[in-house]
Design a protein around this ligand. Structure first.
Ligand SMILES: CC(C)(COP(=O)(O)OP(=O)(O)OC[C@H]1O[C@@H](n2cnc3c(N)ncnc32)[C@H](O)[C@@H]1OP(=O)(O)O)[C@@H](O)C(=O)NCCC(=O)NCCS
Length: 257
């Protein structure tokens, strides 16, 4: 796991992506296109289809100010309760600022609404680790009314891309009160590129498994007692052994394994 956050704070308030084009990002399933006059584009019996404007989505850094929102989204969507430390320290690790994101929808009438989030950590960084350095996806959640529009895929692909092409973490800012040591104000070293990712999915959650397979993950085994407080306790270990290939960054980049 990445080292615990130093006491100096890191300003990530300005780290908001430009609006994403979810259609361009996502290997989508079948989706209907709908004309603004309400008639279905193809094959529909009914002409009374809801007109849904294309959502504008941005990915925002996690900060102490929005980690409560992350907690709310996770508690509504996921069956696991995460600790105080997870929300107050782990997800705010400055070295993961480019990976851990909150996804916001901008509605026509409303301001930005946070509706999903992805949180990860980096594993196997120690010398002599049995596996190569790995991006471990810890939580991925999108509020039900906002699903199937590409946000989940965008969050995962963003995390994969950031693991492969790390950017320097934001510079530490001095604390509002008191003094900081030189060590606390030292810029954090950028990570090394990581080309492997892993996620545990509860056995039986076929739709989530399919979702990850579509993004380039494959089953690498089953951990029989991964969950302690819910049944089934077993989890599929889904691994993406070549992030670059999964993102289509290599010529003929299909992993033959
Ligand atoms: C998995 C999840 C993050 C996907 O988010 P999303 O924004 O709907 O993702 P996308 O729009 O990019 O992809 C949607 C596809 O994921 C699949 N999917 C996976 N899990 C699903 C779920 N629980 N409910 C609905 N669709 C799901 C669907 O097949 C869907 O395909 P479609 O677009 O052809 O309908 C979201 O469904 C979710 O939060 N599920 C509950 C929590 C969970 O299972 N997390 C993953 C385990 S770590």
């Amino acid at each position: 796991m990445a080292p615990a956050a130093a006491t100096a704070s890191y300003s990530t308030a300005g780290t908001v992506s430009s609006p994403l084009d979810l259609d361009a990002l996502t290997p989508r399933g079948e989706h209907e296109s709908v004309n603004l006059n309400g008639s279905a584009a193809a094959g529909g019996a009914s002409s009374r289809r809801a007109i849904r404007p294309k959502p504008k989505v941005t990915l925002t850094s996690l900060t102490p100010n929005n980690s409560g929102t992350l907690r709310k989204i996770n508690s509504v969507v996921l069956p696991i309760v995460y600790s105080e430390k997870f929300y107050k320290q782990d997800v705010l690790d400055a070295t993961l600022d480019d990976i851990n994101k909150l996804g916001k929808f901008t509605h026509f009438y409303y301001a930005d609404i946070p509706v999903g989030a992805c949180c990860c950590r980096i594993e196997n960084m120690a010398k002599g680790a049995k596996q190569p350095p790995t991006l471990a996806i810890l939580t991925l959640a999108v509020l039900a009314p906002y699903r199937s529009q590409g946000l989940g895929s965008a969050l995962v692909q963003h995390a994969l891309r950031s693991a492969l092409h790390p950017t320097a973490p934001p510079a530490p800012t001095p604390p509002a009160t008191g003094t900081a040591t030189r060590a606390q104000l030292k810029p954090v070293e950028p990570r090394k590129p990581i080309n492997r990712a892993l996620v545990h999915v509860q056995v039986g959650n076929d739709s989530a498994r399919k979702f990850y397979e579509r993004l380039g993950f494959k089953e690498a085994g089953v951990e029989e007692t991964y969950y302690t407080k819910m049944e089934p306790r077993a989890a599929w270990i889904l691994v993406c052994d070549d992030i670059a290939a999964a993102l289509g960054e290599l010529p003929n980049g299909v992993n033959g394994a």
